[in-house]
Design a protein around this ligand. Structure first.
Ligand code: HSE
Length: 314
């Protein structure tokens, strides 16, 4: 079965939710990437050894608690692979900031394993494998970051019966994003924490508001209309429940809008914030977001980026 000794894949960071599309929308971003190299050390003696590089948040290197490790473990089981594998994960996407760090490792792991063993798994199923990795950081599977990181572009995740469906739409060429990443300490299980503050029930009028926004975002991507995408970003369910977890949230948002951003929201489970715009205002928006964080005494990093094409074997 083994035809290559080693394989490396790269996967980009991503933003999830885009306001009203909680757990449904993902967008791959070309700002930062994770790299996963899988090497077959020997046949037999099945096992996974993980080496983490640039691992600032000290992500555990045991396969059970590592997003790349969980993905590879599941794929080994399903495809009856009994080799000893060495996995090297180079973290380019900082963990815990809401820009799909665990998803990037998971997507790169799934793509590298698929290529190493020439499994020719279809992309939908590869996303399902990559989602296994989210258990390591979020406690549950969610597909929005992994689908975007793996497939690239804008992705809609939907469960139809018992099958997941991932619909990719190519974003408009003039869409530019600014991600504001505050330098704050984040809890180890940040996504779990950010999910625990969400309401269990929501008023119907809020659902109507968010569904209309989500539909507008999808229409905006389909019609390649940045203004339309940004006009749908407003979220009355998740953002109000989570924004207290982000220092100076309202001022950063106001600053970005005043500097020319067309829409601003939390990136995934936060604490990063993301602004949507056309290219001309991006630098100004980045400065305005950094200033908003600075006014609250918080250092930050801003990433000006565009949608990414997703994972690739290198
Ligand atoms: N949709 C997930 C959440 C993304 O908002 O909890 C986590 O990165």
């Amino acid at each position: 079965m083994v035809v290559k000794k080693s394989c490396t894949a790269i996967a980009p960071c991503s933003t999830a939710n885009l306001g009203p599309g909680y757990d449904v929308f993902g967008l791959a971003l070309d700002a930062l990437e994770d790299r996963v190299r899988i090497t077959k050390v020997s046949q037999g003696g099945s096992g996974i050894t993980i080496r983490m590089l640039k691992n600032e948040l000290a992500i555990p290197a045991d396969a059970e608690h590592n997003s790349a490790g969980l993905v590879i473990k599941k794929m080994m089981q399903d495809f009856d692979v009994n080799d000893s594998l060495q996995v090297e994960v180079t973290k380019g996407v900082p963990a815990g900031y809401g820009i799909g760090s665990s998803a990037a490792s998971a997507a790169a792991a799934a793509v590298a394993f698929n290529a190493l063993y020439r499994l020719k798994i279809d992309k939908n199923r590869l996303v399902e494998y990559a989602a296994e990795g989210e258990i390591a950081s979020a406690g549950t599977k969610h597909y929005d970051n992994v689908s975007a990181s793996l497939l690239g572009g804008f992705v809609i995740c939907r469960i139809a019966g018992d099958k997941w469906q991932f619909t990719r739409i190519e974003p408009p060429k003039d869409l530019v994003l600014v991600v504001g990443v505050p330098s704050i300490e984040v809890p180890k299980k940040k996504t779990e924490v950010a999910r625990s503050v969400l309401p269990k029930e929501v008023p119907l009028r809020s659902v109507v508001h968010n569904v209309s926004g989500a539909a507008t975002i999808v229409a905006g991507f389909a019609l390649k209309d940045v203004e339309m995408i940004a006009s749908g970003i407003d979220d009355v369910i998740v953002e109000p429940a989570r924004k207290h977890l982000i220092p100076a949230y309202d001022s950063v948002k106001q600053n970005a809008l005043a500097a020319g951003a067309l829409g601003v929201t939390i990136s995934g489970a936060g604490p990063s914030m993301i602004a949507f715009m056309k290219s001309k205002n991006a630098r100004k928006v980045a400065g305005a977001m950094a200033e908003g964080f600075a006014q609250a005494g918080v250092k930050s990093r801003t990433l000006v980026c565009r949608p990414s094409q997703g994972s690739r074997v290198v």
